[in-house]
Ligand binder design. Structure first.
Ligand SMILES: [Zn+2]
Length: 381
């Protein structure tokens, strides 16, 4: 996930409206599926339902007034903005506290309005988890191009052209030819050096999850050795694309590499997790143990199978999660049923600043209850 979006989600998960409640609004705005009129009708009926819920709420007047303002502001936002190219929209609002956040989603969420003490960020986190911003640099001996890819789109970031003559002119031989060759090599070296510097500058300015480099083998070694350490560390692979290739071709190749990288990363994560689980060391497997570890604040990274969902129990007093306890073991209070305890676990993990990683089924995690956790320290028992 791009660091900016991650920061946004962390900020959302930290937001506390004090005594006020927060509205989280999710809308499927995929224009390929429905007309704008239909989308607006959906939005209106969702908000009407939420207004009725607010009216029926047994709460202080300022609490209700803040929620009513949320709903009015969301309605104005949805109706007042032109159709967005993104298929999903998430809005978080707590008008009484001056809090307002809009996030475009690259995937349509399920339509819903959630009124709760905190912003409901798990949907956004799940959708944005796989989303990353990549920097592409494509170069040859005299040209260089920089692009970024994000949400399935590609955009140019800059270009560089150096005046480099052909290596050997016809009719020139011997020492003279060697001299020209050395001179041209020095010019190419200078070009690659400028390209390396620009790569660093772009990287520093925007921050990226990785870099794809497109260049021929003859200059790759030279370019890679000229790249500054922060850029070098970000290289995730190489493209075949050339500086003047059409953008859709570059995007298609980068998308393919990104897909492959994701599979490799999931495999590496599962290898670490399963290894730790089998050695009984710094990991837990299965819902019961993972929830217990989350409750105790032991989780470093929560690993969840995409699309996996099961009901469970929640203690609203202690904010603790359980599989089937009818009474909270900590405070003896009756627990509440939650339709999707995995979603609650993701939200708890966000609040506790754990990493959350998703893996695609079928995977080795299926044998371990489809959920696992890497712990901050060695498992107690
Ligand atoms: Zn409790």
């Amino acid at each position: 996930m791009p660091s900016k979006v991650r920061d946004q989600i962390v900020a959302l998960s930290r937001f506390q409206g004090g005594s006020l409640l927060t509205t989280s609004f999710f809308l499927d705005i995929d224009s390929a599926k429905r007309t704008r009129k239909e989308i607006l009708l959906d939005s209106r009926s969702m908000l009407a339902g939420a207004r009725a819920d607010v009216a029926a709420l047994d709460a202080a007047r300022d609490k209700k007034a803040s929620l009513e303002k949320d709903l009015a502001a969301i309605e104005a936002h949805v109706g007042g903005n032109p159709a967005s190219p993104a298929p999903g929209l998430a809005v978080f609002s707590c008008a009484g506290a001056g809090f307002w956040e809009v996030i475009e989603l690259p995937e349509a969420p399920q339509n819903r309005v959630v009124i709760d003490r905190n912003p409901s960020v798990r949907t956004v986190n799940r959708i944005l988890a796989g989303l990353r911003r990549f920097l592409i640099v494509i170069l040859d001996r005299k040209e260089a191009r920089w692009y970024e890819t994000y949400m399935g789109r590609i955009g140019p970031l800059g270009s560089l052209s150096s005046d480099i003559p052909k290596k050997v002119k016809s009719g020139v031989t011997g020492q003279e030819s060697n001299r020209i060759e050395r001179h041209v090599d020095a010019l190419i070296h200078g070009h690659l050096k400028r390209a390396a510097r620009t790569t660093l500058d772009i990287l520093k300015k925007n921050g990226f999850d990785g870099i794809w480099v497109g260049c021929a083998d003859e200059i790759y070694g030279d370019f890679a050795s000229l790249l500054h350490q922060p850029a070098k560390e970000k290289i995730k692979g190489r493209l075949k694309a050339k500086p003047f290739d059409p953008l859709d071709k570059v995007l298609a190749e980068a998308a393919e590499l990104e897909k492959r990288l994701k599979v490799e990363e999931e495999e590496a994560l599962l290898k670490t997790l399963v290894g730790e689980i089998e050695k009984g060391r710094q990991a837990k497997a299965g819902l019961r143990d993972c929830l217990a570890a989350l409750n105790k604040g032991e989780v470093q990274t929560l690993v969840v199978t995409r699309g996996h969902s099961v009901p469970g129990k929640f203690c609203p007093r202690c904010n603790l999660l359980y599989t089937d306890e009818l009474k909270c073991p900590a405070c003896e209070r009756k627990t509440e049923t939650r339709p999707d305890i995995i979603d609650e676990a993701i939200e708890a993990a966000l609040h506790r600043h754990c990493d959350i990683k998703y893996v695609t089924a079928p995977s080795r995690l299926d044998h371990y209850g489809k959920i696992g956790a890497l712990l901050r320290y060695k498992a107690s028992s």
